[in-house]
Ligand binder design. Structure first.
Ligand code: NAD
Length: 365
């Protein structure tokens, strides 16, 4: 049966990289005899222009009726002056909430061919292979109250860091399950020396760990984690942390291996559908120039093949095809290196597709 995929290209380069990922999925279908059915929905600025809302109801229904959701990126200067609740980014926050996407997975992988694109020395990043699991629907970004106040005639502001135990349990348990399939180590990041929510987080992590005796649990304070990510990133396997800490640390982790344009993500719920998107934004500065790196989006599609459809060989074939093209020296403009062959977005997609359709190549690398 065909897998139903809701496609939300969004704004800016979101459209360009989504078009590339769909070509790769079509090639996967051709190569492995799989059927994918794409249905398009609007989100972000484009949706606001068409309907007055950054997340129209029909987009929510489309996603809920699909087996998986593929999202490009939202936002851009055109919509920056809108009231907060109408801004494109609200579409993103709302779809996460609507689909109950509580765990955001961001892998950071070392690519030998890109070692010189990282600001860190090759020996520091060599063989880095970590997975950040960020809680996505709770914490400071959703807690109430979140408002301006007047206290004793003085202007003030408050945001609330609120978590229920079960919200902590489900994301920490997800991290342990994922670690079991990897190097069997979970680093739980918190600020337990200061925050009550972090002390509860640590307690929950200890409890969950009892169910996974084969997985090592380490606790780390967030300030130390920020330092260790740069100093010795190889020590990490799976990192699990609450929403805001994860937001900050995952962007830090992203620079380890080169460009924002390389990093995919998956957001999971208890029931599905899951949502897949690159971690970068809509990059208005390069929109329409055919220079965006489509790899983060293509690798997000590979995560979809693996996590939503259980198509491990297909996912591996896509990843191998990407590796092959990078090893051959081809780069989009964001991946600077001395002897790179700079190519456009569409050329990069074509090369990855060609490598994918080359049977011997894509499974053997
Ligand atoms: P951005 O990620 O769009 O861009 C940051 C820098 O990285 C830019 O110089 C951009 O050209 C470059 N870049 C990003 N992706 C690239 C790619 N695939 N290939 C080559 N270069 C790439 O972040 P920003 O500039 O802070 O934000 C731009 C807009 O995107 C804003 O409206 C912001 O709110 C939105 N945004 C959306 C998401 C999302 O949809 N998930 C995430 C972050 C930012």
């Amino acid at each position: 049966m065909a897998k139903k995929i809701a496609v939300l290209p969004g704004d800016g380069i979101g459209k360009e990289v989504t078009a590339g990922a769909l070509q790769i999925l079509q090639a996967v279908g051709e190569r492995f005899g799989r059927q994918f059915e794409f249905s398009y929905g609007k989100i972000g600025g484009e949706a606001y222009d068409a309907t007055g809302s950054p997340l129209p109801e029909e987009t929510v229904s489309l996603c809920k009726e699909s087996d998986a959701v593929l999202l490009g990126a939202v936002g851009g200067p055109k919509w920056d002056q809108l009231p907060v609740h109408l801004r494109p980014e609200q579409g993103l926050l709302k779809i996460r909430k609507e689909l109950n996407l509580f765990a955001n997975l961001r892998p950071t992988t070392f690519y030998k061919s890109l070692a010189d694109s990282s600001p860190l020395r090759p020996e520091v990043i060599e063989d880095v292979d970590m997975l950040m699991v960020r809680e996505l629907t709770g914490g400071l970004y959703f807690g109430k109250p979140s408002e301006r106040l007047n206290r004793n005639g003085k202007e003030a502001a408050v945001d609330t860091l609120f978590y229920q135990r079960e919200e902590m349990e489900r994301v920490i348990e997800t991290a342990f399950k994922l670690a079991r399939k990897r190097k069997k180590k979970v680093t739980s990041v918190d600020k337990a020396n200061v925050l009550e929510s972090s002390r509860m987080w640590r307690e929950v992590a200890e409890e969950i760990a009892k169910k996974f005796p084969d997985v090592e649990l380490q606790h780390m304070l967030v300030d130390n984690a920020a330092m260790q990510l740069i100093k010795n990133p190889k020590q990490f396997d799976v990192i699990v942390t609450e929403n805001m800490f994860g937001d900050i640390l995952s962007d830090e982790a992203s620079v380890l291996t080169g460009s924002l344009g390389m990093l995919p993500s998956a957001s999971l719920s208890l029931t599905g559908p899951y949502l897949y998107e690159p971690i970068h934004g809509s990059a208005p500065d390069i929109q329409g120039k055919n220079i965006a790196n489509p790899i983060a989006m293509i690798l997000s599609a590979a995560m979809m093949l693996r996590l939503s459809f259980g198509l491990e060989d297909e996912a591996k074939a896509v990843e191998n095809a990407v590796n092959h093209v990078l090893n051959a020296g081809y780069r989009t403009k964001d991946l600077v290196s001395s002897d790179a062959k700079i190519i456009t977005t569409t050329e990069m997609v074509e090369k990855i597709k060609a490598a994918l359709l080359d049977h011997e190549l894509s499974l053997s690398i």
